[in-house]
Ligand binder design. Sequence first.
Ligand code: GUN
Ligand code: ZN
Length: 648
Amino acid sequence: MKFEIKNRDASGRICRFYTKHGKVTTPALLPVINPNRMPITPKEMKRLFGTEMVITNSYIIRKDEKLKEKAIEKGVHNLIDFDGPIMTDSGTFQSYKYRNVKIDPLEIVEFQRDIGSDVGTILDVFGTPDQTEKKAKEGLQETIKRAKQSMEVKGNMILACTIQGSVYPNLRKICAEKLSDINAEFFPIGGVVPLMENQRYSELTRCILASKKGLNPSRPVHLFGAGHPMIFPLAVALGCDFFDSSAYIKYANDGRMLFPDGTKKLEDLDELPCFCPICTKVTSLELKKMKKSERILQMAKHNLYVSFAELKKIKCAISEGNLWELVERRACSNPYLLEAMKELRKNENKRWLEHFEPIYKNKALFYTGSQTFHRPILYRCHKRLINRYKFSSNSAVILPEGEKPYSKHFSEVIGEILAKRNNLEIVVNSHYGPVPIKLDEMYPFAQSIFPESTDKETEESAEKIFNEFMKGKKVIFWRGKRSLKKSFKSQEIMKENIDLLRISAVADMQFGKNVSKTLFCGKIRIVKSKKTGKIRNIYCDDKHILSMRAGDGMFTLKIKGAKMLHNFFKYPKFRVTVQEEAVPFVKDGKSVFAKFVIDCDKELRPYDECLIVNKNDDLLATGRCLLNKLEMSSFNFGMAVKTREHID
Ligand code: GUN
Ligand code: ZN
């Protein structure tokens, strides 16, 4: 099974998934095809919506003699006339809905294999939300047993092993771990349809998070039965790659239209609030007057247009680095979804999400509401401020929120402060917590847009972090020149220049506590852009060790800087260790593929700068990680580190 990360944001990802019938870009939506009734054929779906993969049901095929015969003889691709990848489900859902369904767990897997399904599904035991934990555990054990047995007979079909466990996070996690242990390749999260039908999104979020925490991160994850676009952004941000939709036709049959912010009944609509190719051609009245079958068809098409459009939007948000923003905006449209976002405020979840959160993004961070403060990237920054930031003085002048960059906006005030006492720490008490002036060009401090006033929760959270950061420090709130006169008698001479303090602060935040001490131990020369005046390159004893990116104010590591880090910090700090086989490629400047990674520093995060070493810890190159440790050790396909500079 080949599955690789191409791009990422939040804990979501754009991946390439390879099958015998071609590749699929995820996040992907697989429309459910009923082989008995295809108002829109898979081929037409491909043409109209760019559908790359569909899902059909092997139980329904097998139950019908004619379909069964044709599927066995000519294959499932021929049966539904689609030459792209096809996933099949097993009948689990039917046995949950209609009790009298009898299916043999192994026979149904063999059948899916024999009809040439690209991704077949085990006959998992559907865990309902109202089960007791004991009952859920029994179902889960049976599911795992069947998964193990099914792995033996699957042939070269990719086998989807469903994670069950009802609403019990501990069971979900155990199930995910056990299924990862048997090396399953594709993981649906099952048993969640009743949660979605009843808008129990908090529990759904807990189920997804618990499952993901137990899973091998290199495997595709499918949210079984999720076909409403409203749930896509959050599910993708938590790491779901696949969705399947029977909603498009079920809702259409029921006179309902899907939208990214909810569902609307056609009968309630005087106007169609949509600009898809269907809604631009008919009016609400015309649609209402259509023959039933035609109306259902048009509404089903609308539903698919809207669903696929939302996935496009999500992919776009991933490339731009603003997926959390989309999630927050969508959550605002539904109170139950908004409630579910509270799950993401729990420390245990923030801690986990932070591992997958890229270090920087292409776009500024936009405030959308009280949830914004809880984004993993701010959680990380606050943790790092507390643990890594070194004050140059025990006293700090506090400036109010202002325009960005702060050092420019407050340049006069800063001048006045430094003229009085030039080693004073200056901190902006911003909407998103304390921002030392030295970090005012670093992502996301400079690259964030908040309104002039936020909300009570954000204010309280920001104040809490501010107080934690300032604990034990003497704090002077700036209220004009007089603020300092009263507080200070003596004048101290600053030993270091402001630029050096600035690069030291960024280096510590980016690489770790006191890393600046080792990096900037020689004669430091700082080269600035003539045009913008921003710091561009750092030389230590005339060796170019770092560059500062203009966009996010963070460092890229030059090979000479890498040598210093390598000398001063013991294995495995900053390291990605590659197999001998990969060494010639790295030395040639080629990127590191995940399958060649033996080990890596657990502190590394996506887009972090790293040292590439061989198994004897000889430095080979510097690079930018695409993956974190968990991912590097589990992906066996795709890129792990983009090599930046190598040793000659
Ligand atoms: N379709 C919707 N939910 C489920 C589930 O839990 N398992 C399977 N196999 N199919 C589903
Ligand atoms: Zn429409």
